[in-house]
Design a protein around this ligand. Structure first.
Ligand code: SF4
Length: 81
């Protein structure tokens, strides 16, 4: 197993409702974000999503639009370095 993904074993969404993290268009991401707030691996999850370019769903308490901004910002930082 990729040790960078060990945080997934503690993912709170896996114990609740993973589907809530992929709301349909026009749906709410609020329940997913509430789960993330209590999740012990929130930081690792968000970092994974940014590094892996996960543009869909709620990751680390961050919704799709904000996540896309963070991914673009990271790519810009990487390209500038
Ligand atoms: S931070 Fe949210 S999306 Fe990430 S593992 Fe935890 S509950 Fe799941």
């Amino acid at each position: 197993m990729n040790t960078d993904l060990l945080w997934r074993a503690e993912a709170l969404c896996a114990q609740t409702d993973p589907e809530a993290h992929y709301p349909e268009a026009g749906g709410t991401s609020a329940p997913a974000k509430r789960t993330c707030i209590a999740c012990p691996v929130r930081r690792a999850c968000l970092e994974h999503a940014i590094q892996a370019g996960e543009e869909y769903g709620v990751w680390g308490g961050v919704g799709q639009q904000e996540l896309r901004r963070l991914i673009q910002a990271r790519r810009a930082e990487t390209e500038a370095a």
